[in-house]
Design a protein around this ligand. Structure first.
Ligand code: ASP
Ligand code: MG
Length: 411
């Protein structure tokens, strides 16, 4: 019998009615002759509210206690799903992460899965139970509750699918799949049928957050194929898998947009060993993640070091960097909030040349100024003015022919 791991996100279980809808979907899957393990997230907003509650109660709650608190969100959801299935005549049982055999390291609030011993899941499946597992949580070697970082239910589902050697892993969410671009920005954006792990990772890192990045990394490492699809419709979604030869035929798989970015430039700093190290270790002390690091070609013994970050982190970055700029005698710190990042992603870039030229030319024709450029083997990213980003995405989407196929007869 086929074994299917399904995951339902917070919006999909956001109300009693939606919980009953998910219960019906799980039952239908079983009625099609499958054994089902369903991983469930906390109901929409619950985790955020618990975090808020903790912060209102104590200024700096211990991470251990935060985990005990946050894990309750998923525990409520699994019990409700199991009740709903049982009330519809099914046979379901809920398991916490610990009961499901998910062992993690000790890093509370961002624990990594160390191994999975799904003994109890196997036993329950053998007794024809539908097994409902709490996402986002596990236990460490001491038996303490841990959580896997925000969005961690995706990781639970992927890891369980791998450990159980499931025949399929379906990630149900409130969107139809992965799109060529955000449909709110580009109205004729199209659902992508298949995407490689690397493309999905690059797209996630560029603002298309359909899946937790760690979950995709895990899937890539262990070759767990999965499908992202809508819990509200009955239609195929997007399959993420190892790349196949024909995937390279498409030049660009998708375009991602990241708003509310800030650009920082350390101007005219001495071109000497150790300077970049000092700049970025200073920033790291503020726990600020930086992106798109660009150093200019050195001229007269000095160079400019530029990078981007979320604009909310800019005040802290300025405070940290100001003394360093003086110390290393740079000309100054030039910063700009309100910029955005546009990335085009596709493994087809490896075999098609001229993608960068085409992108820059397209933006140039649109009168859109490029402020920073960075590339990887399968991505080209540009920083542009925040006000230009929607139009830039629309122009680029059109340039690379990503729109829905429109039959000539309907034009
Ligand atoms: N409930 C957790 C969160 O909101 C985990 C998840 O939804 O995947 O981050
Ligand atoms: Mg300069």
């Amino acid at each position: 019998m086929r074994l299917i791991v399904q995951k339902y996100g917070g919006t999909s279980v956001g109300s009693p009615e939606r919980i009953r809808n998910v219960a019906r979907k799980i039952l239908e899957t079983q009625q099609q002759g499958c054994r089902v393990v369903a991983v469930i997230s906390a109901m929409a907003g619950v985790t955020d509210n618990l975090i808020k509650l903790a912060r209102e109660t104590a200024p700096q709650p211990e991470e251990r206690e935060l985990d005990v608190l946050l894990a309750t969100g998923e525990q409520a959801a699994i019990a409700l799903i199991a009740m709903a299935i049982n009330s519809l005549g099914g046979r379901a049982i809920s398991l916490t992460g610990a009961e499901a055999g998910i062992l993690t390291d000790r890093a509370h609030t961002r624990a990594k899965i160390a191994n999975i011993t799904p003994r109890q899941i196997h036993a329950l499946l053998a007794e024809d139970y539908i097994v409902i597992v709490a996402g986002f949580q596990g236990q460490n070697a001491e038996g303490e509750t841990t959580t896997l970082g925000r969005g961690g239910s995706d990781l639970t589902a992927i890891a369980l699918a791998g450990a159980l050697n499931a025949d399929a892993c379906q990630i149900f969410t409130d969107v139809d799949g992965v799109f060529t671009c955000d449909p709110r920005v580009v109205s004729d954006a199209r659902k992508i049928d298949e995407v490689s792990y690397d493309e999905l990772l690059e797209m996630a890192g560029s603002g298309s957050k359909v899946m937790q990045s760690r979950a995709v990394e895990f899937a890539k490492k262990f070759g767990v194929e999965f499908e992202v699809r809508s819990s509200l419709k009955n239609a195929p979604g997007t399959v993420a898998k190892e790349e196949t030869a024909n995937m390279e035929d498409v030049v660009i798989r998708g375009i991602s947009v990241e708003r509310n970015q800030a650009k920082v430039m350390v101007d005219d700093v001495r071109d000497e060993p150790g300077i970049a190290g000092r700049i970025f270790s200073t920033i790291a002390r503020g726990n600020i993640s930086v992106d798109m690091i660009v150093q200019s070609v050195s001229e007269h013994g000095t160079t400019d070091v530029s990078f981007t970050m979320h604009e909310n982190d800019l005040p802290a970055a300025i405070e940290l960097l100001a003394p360093l700029v003086k110390e290393v005698q740079a000309a100054g710190l030039i910063t700009k909030a309100g910029v955005a990042k546009l990335s085009v992603v596709g493994i087809g870039m490896r075999s098609h040349s001229g993608v960068a030229a085409r992108l820059f030319d397209c933006l140039g024709r649109g009168g859109i100024n490029i402020q920073l450029i960075s590339t990887s083997e399968i991505k080209i990213a540009v920083v542009i003015d925040g006000g230009d980003v929607d139009r830039a995405a629309q122009l680029t989407h059109q340039e690379f022919g990503l729109a829905k196929f429109v039959p000539a007869s309907s034009l």
